[in-house]
Every structure is written in structure tokens, then in C-alpha cells.
Write a protein that binds this ligand. Structure first.
Ligand SMILES: NC(=O)C1=CN([C@@H]2O[C@H](COP(=O)(O)OP(=O)(O)OC[C@H]3O[C@@H](n4cnc5c(N)ncnc54)[C@H](O)[C@@H]3O)[C@@H](O)[C@H]2O)[C@@H](O)CC1
Ligand SMILES: [K+]
Length: 486
């Protein structure tokens, strides 16, 4: 598992650790890790030109000490001090002693040339102490860096992004790599901030020992998923492995049924039962997937099912609405997706005692929250939490960094890192709904089913050759399973 902690928790842990260590030790550790990362990116340090953007706090201090290390190894290092009178004193002394130089407080024109000639820019403007968007001088420098196209390494986090929420107020640095210290911060893992981080490298400064067990956010890794995946035992039969009921698709959207079943068949349940009133859709499902059990009529007479996935491609109308309402009365785990999210009655979801998983994209989440899509996209973490609160359900908010908030607020939000932009293709959500439904039927709890489903779905998309279709993703799910379990 990869864990992320909020700034307040990081600060507390840092204080505890600092009290045990000689003064300045933590910053030296951080700077050593940062310098090593810079050297790796530069390839050859001797003769390289490095520009440090140095703010008024310890984030700038890290940059200065790392710059000193690079200067000792023969790099030409210039620090641009954003507030010269408040720059980290020890760091500045170290840089100068190593042969580096510092400039600051002059008009921006000479900086354009300085930055334009740099091989690497180190962003030490602001770290976890950042409040609000970047100040005007920082914005000016950031613009110069962007225009020059010089690679940027962000210190701890790209300046201007919110470490706790992943929100970006105004402008923020766009880094090719971020070197973060002690632990991940939620903002590094969540969009829109995540789009600014580049590859994130974690430098161990010994903070783990002082961090609490419960993280604020977590991200599954291969080993976690392998541990959670359902595996048939010697005693298993299809019913014990779980039967997932899929109530999706319609005469207008038959493909949604086929895709949801495709995902469900590869999600780990023992059998898939497709429920639908349209004979032509049932026929299309069985033609593509002869292993599907077909059923029609009321949900309660559908036959044995351990979890339901409902909603994709149901369209509109009273029959669709009734179907969703019916599924929600089942005393079983239920996943609601797509049209189902619009058709469902939120109070019926709230009243359920069995687990419910909702899988909205930003637009659907916005409709449920009664606000604009952009607002949800700008505040994804807050939105997913709020929606879980509002509905009492486990909510999976789709997107390039998919988030899963459990109905139980004390559990950390999970973020999925396996996704790819190629997943933004018609029908890929239908496949996901089937796969997560299948994992629910196989017995995973709501948080695990949703986050494992998102993980496999993202990984499958990476295995499929681009430009990929939703069915390619379904077909690649077994490869994702294999790569996780091998
Ligand atoms: N505390 C520790 O033990 C360690 C801290 N480290 C570094 O220290 C950083 C935190 O240092 P600080 O607490 O000094 O805080 P920062 O250096 O992140 O920022 C605080 C300073 O930036 C200014 N500032 C705040 N918001 C700004 C904005 N939007 N635009 C421009 N300037 C702004 C503030 O006036 C303040 O002077 C971490 O991110 C990390 O890089 C590392 O050295 C590891 C050890
Ligand atoms: K920074």
C-alpha cells in the first residue's frame, strides 16, 4: 500500500522526529535525496547549469542545500531568491561556500536568459507551508520556466498545488519530476494537482516511525490487489464463487449490456446472470457470451445472485426507474452506475443496510451534488467525500485519478494510479461496473471491490493496445489479473 498524509499530520511527525535528531538533520536528508534525484535527471552533473527558485521557507532551504551539493560536483548553480531578505540562511551559506551564486530582487528580464540557458530548474518556491495560489513574482518566474521548456524538479510538491486536497488555485508549477520527503501527500496523488507532479519520487527521511497507522489516503499496489483478489479453492463451485446479477442495457443501448457482462465475466465471480426485458438484448448478450445465465421479470425472482450491478445504458422511462428501485430493495451489495445514478432515489440508497457502490464520473457526481461539473473536477477529493456522506454509499469517482471514498468516513480515501487517458472511451465505464459488481459478488467489501476493480480496469487498459475500445479493456482484464498475481 502507498500511504499519503495531510500536512498537519506530517508536521506533527516531523516535530517528533526532529526532537530526536541533531539540528538540521532532516533537511540534510531531504536535500541529499533531492540532489541525488537531480543528478539522475541531469545525467552529467559536471558543467550542468542549474537554476534554483528559492522561496522564503524550508522548501527553499532544501533547494539551496541540494544546489550546494550539485555545485560541489561541478554544476554551475544559480539561486533566484524570491524574497532575498528571508531566504534560508544556512542553505544560502552552504551554496555560496560550494561556489554557487544567488541573485534576487532585480527585474525579471535577466532571469529569462538565465532560465533559458538552464539544464534543470529546481522549484523550491513553496512546499507544505504554501497558502493559496502562487504570488505574482512566483507566477512570473513560473511563466518564464514554462516558456523556456526547461525540465523542472519540484521540491516536496509543485509550488502552487494544495498538498491536502490536490486543488490548484490559479497557477502552479508544472514539474517533470517531484521529489517528496517522508511520505506522499494526498495532493500529489489527486488531479488536478497530480497533473503537475510528473513522476513522484519519495525520499525516506525516517518519518515513517512517527506517522500514525491510519493514513489520510492510500493507493493499492500489486501486492495489495493480489492479496484481495478472489481465488477459487478446491471446494468452490460457481455459486460459492459468487453470482453477479447485471441489470444494464436497453433496446436503445444494447452495447451497455454486452460490455457490463464482459466486465462481470472477468471480475472473478463464478457466474453472471443477466436480467433484461428486451429479447433482442438478451440475444445479443448470449451470442457474445454463451456462458451468461439469462433472466427476466422481477428482481426478487431472478434466481440466486450475491450482488447486483445496475444502471449502464438503461435509458429513461418508468420501467428503467422501477428496475433501479427494485434492485435497491434487494438485501445484497448493489453497484449503481450511469443512468442508474440519475434514476435512483437517493433516500432509497441512504436507507439500504447492505453495501451500495456508486460509480459516477464528474458530471454525474455534479448532478447528484447539485453543482457544476468543473467544481467537482477542481475539488475531486472533497466531492467524493461529500457524495459518500450524502448517499451513505461507497463512491467511486471516475477520472484520470479515480478516487474511492468509503461509506465509513474514518477509512482513508483510496486513489487509483493505474488509469490511463485511453480509458476515456465509450463503454469503458460499463466494463468497470460489471467488474466491480463481480468482485462484490465474490465477497469483497465495497471499498475493496471498488478500488480493486478500478486498479484492474486501469491496468487492463495499459495492457490493451491503443487506441483501445471498451471491449479491449474487458478482454485485457485477465492479463491485468496475471500481472498482479505473478
Ligand atoms: N519540517 C521539516 O522537518 C522538513 C521540512 N522540509 C521542507 O520544508 C518544507 C516546509 O517548509 P516551511 O514550513 O518553511 O514552508 P514552505 O517553505 O513550504 O513555505 C512557507 C513560506 O512560503 C511563503 N508562502 C506561503 N504561501 C506562499 C505562496 N502561495 N506563494 C509564495 N510564497 C508563499 C510563506 O510566507 C513562508 O515564508 C517542506 O515542504 C519541505 O520541503 C524538508 O526539509 C524535510 C524536513
Ligand atoms: K516546491
Amino acid at each position: 500500500m502507498r500511504y499519503a498524509y495531510r500536512v498537519e499530520t506530517v508536521r506533527t511527525a516531523e516535530r517528533e522526529l526532529m526532537a530526536r535528531l541533531p539540528e538540521g538533520m532532516l533537511m540534510r536528508r531531504a536535500a541529499a535525496g533531492l540532489a541525488a534525484a537531480c543528478r539522475g535527471l541531469l545525467g552529467r552533473t559536471y558543467g550542468a547549469r542549474v537554476v534554483l527558485l528559492v522561496g522564503s521557507g524550508d522548501n527553499g532551504g532544501d533547494a539551496l542545500y541540494a544546489g550546494a551539493e550539485l555545485a560541489r560536483r561541478g554544476a554551475g548553480v544559480t539561486a533566484v531568491l524570491l524574497s532575498p531578505e528571508r531566504a534560508h540562511e544556512g542553505g544560502l551559506r552552504a551554496l555560496r561556500a560550494a561556489g554557487g551564486r544567488a541573485v534576487g530582487g532585480v527585474p525579471s528580464e535577466p532571469y529569462a536568459e538565465l532560465i533559458g540557458r538552464a539544464d534543470l530548474v529546481v522549484d523550491g518556491i513553496v512546499g507544505i507551508g504554501g497558502k493559496g495560489g502562487l504570488r505574482p513574482v512566483a507566477v512570473e518566474l513560473t511563466d518564464l520556466v514554462r516558456d523556456a521548456g526547461v525540465p523542472v524538479v519540484a521540491v516536496d510538491l509543485p509550488s502552487g498545488v494544495d498538498a491536502d486536497t490536490g486543488e490548484v488555485n490559479g497557477q502552479a508549477v508544472r514539474a517533470g519530476a517531484t521529489v517528496t520527503f517522508g511520505t506522499y501527500k494526498p495532493g500529489l496523488l489527486v488531479d488536478p494537482a497530480h497533473e503537475h507532479t510528473g513522476a513522484v519520487r519519495l525520499v525516506d527521511i525516517g518519518l515513517d516511525a512517527c506517522l500514525p497507522r491510519a493514513a489520510d489516503m492510500e493507493a493499492l499496489q500489486h501486492a495489495d490487489v493480489a492479496r484481495l483478489l478472489p481465488r477459487p479453492g478446491a471446494e468452490s463451485d460457481k455459486y460459492r464463487r459468487g453470482v453477479v446479477g447485471v441489470a444494464a442495457g436497453s433496446g436503445t443501448y444494447p452495447g451497455a449490456a454486452v460490455l457490463a457482462v464482459a466486465g462481470a465475466l472477468r471480475g472473478g465471480a463464478g457466474a453472471v446472470r443477466y436480467l433484461g426485458e428486451s429479447e433482442s438484448v438478451r440475444e445479443q448478450v448470449i451470442r457474445r457470451f454463451p456462458e451468461t445465465l439469462l433472466t427476466q421479470g422481477p428482481v426478487r425472482r431472478a434466481g440466486r445472485v450475491q450482488a447486483w450491478a445496475v444502471g449502464s445504458g438503461l435509458g429513461d422511462g418508468s420501467a428503467a426507474r422501477e428496475l433501479v428501485a427494485d434492485v435497491l430493495t434487494a438485501d445484497l451489495p448493489v453497484l449503481v452506475d450511469a443512468d442508474g445514478l440519475r434514476l435512483m432515489d437517493v433516500s432509497a440508497v441512504r436507507e439500504r443496510t447492505a453495501p451500495t457502490v456508486l460509480t459516477p464520473h464528474a458530471g454525474e457526481a455534479a448532478a447528484l451534488l447539485g453543482r457544476g461539473r468543473e467544481e467537482v473536477e477542481a475539488a475531486r477529493l472533497a466531492s467524493v467525500r461529500e457524495l459518500a456522506e450524502l448517499t451513505g454509499a461507497t463512491v467511486l469517482l471516475k477520472g484520470s485519478t479515480t478516487l474511492v471514498a468509503d461509506a465509513d468516513r474514518t477509512k482513508p480515501v483510496r486513489v487509483n494510479a493505474t488509469g490511463t487517458g485511453w480509458l476515456a472511451t465509450a463503454g469503458s465505464g460499463d466494463v468497470l461496473s460489471g467488474a466491480v459488481g463481480s468482485l462484490l459478488a465474490a465477497g469483497l467489501d465495497a471499498l475493496d471491490a471498488a478500488s480493486v476493480g478500478a486498479y484492474l480496469h486501469g491496468l487492463a487498459a495499459r495492457h490493451a493496445a491503443p487506441p483501445l475500445t471498451a471491449m479491449d479493456v474487458a478482454h485485457a482484464l485477465p492479463h491485468a489479473w496475471q500481472s498482479v498475481t505473478n
